[in-house]
Structure formats: structure tokens, C-alpha cells
Design a protein around this ligand. Structure first.
Ligand SMILES: Nc1ncnc2c1ncn2[C@@H]1O[C@H](COP(=O)(O)OP(=O)(O)OP(=O)(O)O)[C@@H](O)[C@H]1O
Ligand SMILES: [Mg+2]
Length: 499
């Protein structure tokens, strides 16, 4: 690992190349630029830890350049290279945001020390900011696990929007924690000690939803034997959270718009307007803008709801959160199931990290609960994980647990003591054989169909079958369905003896 990345901007070839050789020999990652513009261009391409900047560049004045860099990356450490030292220069450099300056000719040891100090200082500053955020987060949202940058930004946003009355739209795939975030917004708001009412709009028929939301007066419909308060009245002074807002019918959308705009409504069948002070939060796992374009969601309601949008990233985009989430769920489910604390083996943990979690945190939560319930020992291995987590879909429909193909290490269960371990080539052949056999089983032993699904010519599949020693034998006719004919390529296969 390099000790840091440095961009050298100097018009003198000798200086650039000398610095490059020196810094590389000190384990720094170095990039060079000959002009100010080229340096700015390089900054656009990737981030650097530090810039060594010549103050007298042909195309730009050094101090102007400093300002321009600060505008683009306020955190970059900068050391200025000057031809002569002067108090004025130093003063101007520090004012412009440089960490330090060096005067030509310099001592290499001193320069490396200056650079190391500046880079280390920057790391400490960044770590400090991160730790402060993480601490604040833990303090503010004890129920929500999240250490990744992406979740820390979500927490920042929640902290910022909570005190206001603004409507918030929470986007995220199913199981990413939208309801949890809605509760956090409410809990961090001045309404925290008033009701938080979640409404699962997707599961309620339209007319029933309206009566639930707005209430009804006696006799409004056949079964309305008494007047009833709606959820908007129950949530007065508090927060109402619409889960899956995209599923609300157009008529109910119009009524919701009115409540948001006028903050008043009428009970079903009633004539009196009821005023409420309710904060509205909504969640969706569909892109509402797209639904607006398709005419399936009211544009005016969309704009009213979308005052602030919080995007919850899918778990596969913030895998750093997985270990902490696993710990949280292990602790919870061991406690709930009256089992002593247990943990996953390294192998199981690796599978949990590798898997993409299409059902997000909810799927992970369920996988941990299942493992805890089924476990008999403190150490929980991969066999307690759901099949989808243990195996990979290598070809559509064909799943493999790749670890099955790896030879056990000496001392591990099943390790062979005398025979030599298989080579990588033999392991890959094994994998290929299994994939082909699985596909042939799925296609009911039809080679033409299997070749099509693999998107390879039939002749190639035939060659592979021969090379891999997959034995083919015709299936007995009793096992075939009526009307299924035998083609050249309908046969039963089994692995040859050499696997
Ligand atoms: N960051 C997190 N920390 C701890 N638990 C979490 C986190 N995110 C989600 N969960 C848990 O995962 C489950 C799903 O969360 P939630 O119901 O909030 O998701 P959702 O996005 O509303 O899902 P859906 O779209 O299916 O309604 C809940 O049990 C919740 O407690
Ligand atoms: Mg939800």
C-alpha cells in the first residue's frame, strides 16, 4: 500500500522527474503535471492526498491556482514550492489554504518529513470527522445500524430534516429500512412524544383506506353504525407515514393532496371540515417521477411529497454495514430464543459478505434468525445459511456452492493425506462438469436445448461432454412423458468415473 498519493505540478522537467524518483522511492504514489491547467485536470480525474505546487507556473499565478484548487477540493493538502522564501509568500500561502511551503533548493529528508506530516494530519482530520459522525449517529439513532459513508449521510439528512415540518419522501428497495428511517425522523422531531401512525396503503382497498384515513360519520355507509375518527385525527400533532405511497388510488391521491395543502378534510359522509396538524412522511420503492410520466401518479402530489427526498441505498452498495448488522441481529435473536451468544465461522461470514441481498436488510435479518434458531453450537457454519446465500447462480437456473470444489486444507475434515490435492485445472473441470450436468438435468437431458441455454454450438457441448467423461445413456421410455420423442440428443447422463 502506498503511503499516500501526491500530485506534483511544476513546469521544470528536472524538478518533476527528481521529485517523482524521490517520492516513489519513499513509497508514495506520484502523478505529474507540467502546467496549472494540466494539474487541475488531473484533480478532476481522481482524488489525491497532497499536491506539491510550484507558485510560478507559466500559465497560472500560484496563489490564484491555490484558490481554484480550494474551490474544487477544500480538503486537499497543499505544499507550495517557491524559488525563494519570504515572509509575505508564506503568509499569503497559509491564507490561501496551503499547509506548508518549501524553498528551492530543498533537503530531501526535510521535504519527505513535511509531506508525511501533512498527509498524516489530513488522515487524522478525516478520521476525526468520521468518528464524530459515527458517535453522533450512535447517540441519535440507537435502533439503526449503519457505519458506511452512505448511511452516515442518510443520518445527517435525517438529523437536518427532523426538526422541520416538511414532507419527506423516502426511497429505497424493499427491506432497506424505510420505515425505520421514517420512525427516526419522527423520533428526532419536536413531535416525538405525539403519535407516529404508519399506514400500509398497499394492503388496504381504496374505499376502506379513505374511511381509515379520514374517518366517517354515522350512516355514511351501510356498516357505519357509529361515527369514527380517522388516522389523520389520531395522528394530530404527530406524524403519519404512508408506506408504498405509489399504490394509493387516484381518488385518494386527490384527497391526500387536499390535506397536505389545506391541512383540513371532512370525514366520509360528513359536512364539517376538520383541521389537523400532521407531518406527512411517505415511502416508495418505485421511482415516483417515472409513475408521474406514465400518468399513474399525480404530478402535483408528487411535488408536494418530494420536498425532501432521502434515498436509502441497497445493502449490496454498503456491504461495510453487514458485520455490524449481523452482530445486532445475532444479539437480538440469541436473546429472543434463550440461546447463549453465538457467532458465524469465518467461512459463513465470508458468504454473508459476498451475497448480494436482493431482499436487503430484511433478508439478512431473516437469514440470521434462521441460523440462530437451527443452531446447536456456539459457532455457526455455512450449512445454517439459506441455499441462496451458500450457492451462486453461475448460469441462469444453475446454482453452485463453489466452496464444495475447493480441496480441504491439511488438517481440515475430509483432507486427503496420501493422494495429491487436485490442480486448479482439475478443479475447473469439476466445476464445468457439474454445471453441464445440472443444465442437462434441467433441460430433461435435451442437448440441443442445453447448448442453446449455454449459448454455445451443439458440437461444442458434445465435445465437452466427451472430454469431461460425462457418460450418456438413453433414459428408459417409462420415465418419459407421453408424446416426448427421442432425438439424437435425448439421452441420460451421468458423471464418468474420473470425477
Ligand atoms: N440499518 C438497520 N439497522 C437495523 N435494522 C434494520 C436496518 N435496516 C432495516 N432493518 C430491519 O430490517 C427490516 C426491514 O426494515 P423496514 O421495514 O424499515 O424496511 P422497508 O424498506 O420499509 O421495507 P418494505 O419496502 O418491504 O416495506 C426491519 O425488521 C428493520 O428493523
Ligand atoms: Mg416498509
Amino acid at each position: 500500500m502506498p503511503r499516500g498519493s501526491i500530485l506534483v505540478v511544476d513546469d521544470e522537467t528536472e524538478i518533476r522527474e527528481g521529485l517523482e524518483a524521490l517520492l516513489r522511492s519513499e513509497d508514495f504514489d506520484v502523478a505529474l503535471a507540467e502546467t496549472g491547467d494540466a494539474g487541475l485536470q488531473k484533480l478532476e480525474e481522481r482524488p489525491y492526498d497532497l499536491m506539491l505546487l510550484d507558485v510560478s507556473l507559466p500559465d497560472r499565478n500560484g496563489l490564484d491556482m491555490l484558490r481554484e484548487i480550494r474551490r474544487r477540493d477544500p480538503n486537499l493538502s497543499i505544499i507550495l514550492i517557491t524559488a525563494f522564501g519570504s515572509i509575505d509568500m508564506a503568509r499569503a500561502a497559509f491564507k490561501g489554504g496551503a499547509q506548508d511551503y518549501i524553498t528551492k533548493p530543498w533537503s530531501n529528508d526535510e521535504l519527505v518529513a513535511q509531506i508525511s506530516l501533512a498527509i498524516e494530519g489530513r488522515r487524522l482530520r478525516e478520521e476525526n470527522v468520521h468518528l464524530k459522525r459515527a458517535l453522533k449517529q450512535r447517540y441519535n439513532f440507537p435502533n439503526i445500524v449503519g457505519k458506511s459513508e452512505k448511511m452516515l449521510s442518510v443520518f445527517d439528512l435525517v438529523t437536518q430534516v427532523a426538526p422541520s415540518r416538511s414532507t419527506v419522501l423516502i426511497y429505497g428497495e424493499s427491506g432497506t429500512g424505510k420505515e425505520l428511517i421514517a420512525k427516526a425522523v419522527h423520533a428526532a422531531s419536536p413531535r416525538a412524544d405525539k403519535p407516529f401512525i404508519p399506514v400500509n396503503t398497499g394492503s388496504i382497498p381504496a374505499d376502506l383506506l379513505e374511511s381509515q384515513l379520514f374517518g366517517h360519520v354515522k350512516g355514511a355507509f351501510t356498516s357505519a353504525i357509529a361515527s369514527k375518527k380517522g388516522l389523520f385525527e389520531v395522528a394530530d400533532q404527530g406524524t403519519i407515514f404512508f408506506d408504498e405511497i405509489s399504490t394509493v388510488s387516484p381518488e385518494t391521491q386527490a384527497k391526500l393532496l387536499r390535506v397536505i395543502q389545506e391541512r383540513e378534510f371532512m370525514r366520509l359522509g360528513g359536512t364539517d371540515t376538520i383541521k389537523v396538524d400532521v407531518r406527512i412522511l411517505a415511502a416508495s420503492n418505485e421511482d415516483l417521477r417515472k409513475l408521474v410520466r406514465e400518468g399513474r401518479f399525480r404530478e402535483d402530489l408528487y411535488h408536494r411529497l418530494n420536498v425532501i427526498a432521502i434515498h436509502l441505498p441497497p445493502l449490496r452498495d454498503r456491504k461495510q454495514d453487514i458485520p455490524a448488522l449481523v452482530d445486532r441481529f445475532l444479539e437480538q435473536f440469541c436473546r429472543e430464543n434463550g440461546k447463549p451468544p453465538r457467532g458465524f465461522t469465518q467461512g459463513a461470514m465470508k458468504l454473508l459478505m459476498d451475497y448480494d441481498w436482493p431482499g436487503n436488510v430484511r433478508e439478512l435479518e431473516n437469514a440470521v434468525e434462521r441460523a440462530v434458531v437451527l443452531s446447536t453450537h456456539e459457532s455457526m457454519d455455512a450449512d445454517l445459511l439459506p441455499e441462496g446465500v451458500r450457492t451462486r447462480e453461475v448460469v441462469k437456473g444453475v446454482r453452485l456452492q463453489l466452496s464444495e470444489f475447493l480441496p480441504p486444507l491439511p488438517g481440515e475434515a475430509g483432507a486427503r493425506t496420501t493422494a495429491p490435492a487436485p490442480s486448479l485445472f482439475e478443479i475447473l473441470e469439476d466445476v464445468e462438469r457439474r454445471i453441464i450436468m445440472d443444465m442437462l438435468e434441467r433441460t430433461n437431458w435435451n442437448q440441443t436445448e442445453a447448448a442453446e441455454r449455454f449459448q454455445i454450438p451443439l458440437s461444442t457441448l458434445n465435445q465437452k461432454i466427451k472430454r469431461l467423461g460425462i457418460e450418456t445413456r438413453r433414459r428408459p421410455s417409462a420415465t418419459r412423458g407421453p408424446g416426448v420423442g427421442y432425438g439424437e440428443d435425448s439421452a441420460e447422463f451421468s458423471a464418468g468415473t474420473n470425477c
